[in-house]
Design a binder for this molecule. Structure first.
Ligand code: HEC
Ligand code: HEC
Ligand code: HEC
Length: 177
């Protein structure tokens, strides 16, 4: 593998990304090496009909180790990589499409959240100011005091709205407590 890789650097790199490459690197002699697929003295480009990897021979080549290998199994791309738009356009464009989508979505929401922060902070300050003026002027700072919230929780499932009709809507008289 290192012998072939001296000259076929790109193929060696992609090979080590695959199961065959990783398993070989871990020392498993059974996993396919360059020559198990490409042959030794009969190395030919895979498009050559006489190559061990040509359409006519590839199933048999994989079948040496993968019993029951068939046409579709042999379609597995040993050197597939998403860095080569000419040889593997589908992988390349899928990879960059999905990556841009991911980066785009996260940047959009990241920026959105950052821009929203000052506004949330202003609202928080306003609410605190409001509570302070209400307290100093003797009123209550909340629309609904705690006591009433608890009561509301208790009653809500049984008799919704009985003790607090919608307020401020025209034509609906306020219920007497
Ligand atoms: C001394 C350098 C060198 C070594 C070592 C070497 N090759 Fe090659 N190989 C070449 C050259 C040069 C070509 C022809 C380049 C071309 O046609 O793109 C070639 C062509 C090939 C081809 C056909 C590719 C094509 O596009 O035509 C395959 C497959 C191949 N080599 C596999 C191997 C394997 C497997 C090994 C290890 C057993 C190996 N080579 C070792 C230099 C080397
Ligand atoms: C020299 C024997 C050998 C040859 C030839 C061989 N393989 Fe393998 N292959 C292995 C071994 C060993 C494993 C690892 C099995 C394991 O450990 O689970 C493997 C694993 C695989 C896997 C599983 C990868 C994964 O991610 O799970 C695929 C797919 C595969 N081979 C496809 C092929 C194809 C396609 C060919 C023919 C082009 C081929 N193999 C030729 C021995 C071979
Ligand atoms: C599991 C089988 C398998 C193994 C192992 C394997 N290859 Fe390949 N190789 C292929 C197949 C199938 C193709 C053609 C399809 C492709 O390019 O993905 C190919 C294509 C190539 C090509 C380009 C041929 C061309 O015409 O474009 C080179 C060069 C090559 N391999 C070298 C290597 C080297 C070097 C190694 C070891 C580091 C190796 N291969 C390991 C199956 C294998």
């Amino acid at each position: 593998m290192t012998q072939c890789g001296r000259c076929h650097e790109k193929e060696a790199v992609t090979f080590f990304d695959t199961m065959h490459g990783k398993v070989s690197r871990l020392g498993d002699a059974a996993a396919a090496k360059c020559y198990d697929c490409h042959g030794t003295h009969n190395i030919l480009p895979p498009i050559d009909l006489a190559s061990t990897l040509s359409r006519g021979h590839v199933v048999e080549t994989c079948g040496k180790c993968h019993e029951g290998a068939h046409r579709r199994f042999a379609g597995y791309l040993t050197h597939a990589t998403h860095h080569d738009p000419d040889k593997y356009p589908a992988l390349y464009y899928t990879y960059w499409g999905m990556t841009s989508l991911l980066v785009g979505v996260f940047s959009f929401f990241g920026i959105h959240t950052l821009l929203w922060l000052p506004r949330a902070f202003t609202q928080y300050k306003e609410r605190r100011e409001h509570a302070k003026t209400m307290r100093t002027s003797g009123g209550t700072s909340r629309l609904c005091p705690n006591r009433r919230r608890v009561r509301h929780l208790r009653l809500r499932p049984l008799r919704p709205f009985r003790h607090s009709p919608p307020r401020g809507l025209p034509g609906i008289p306020r219920a007497s407590p």
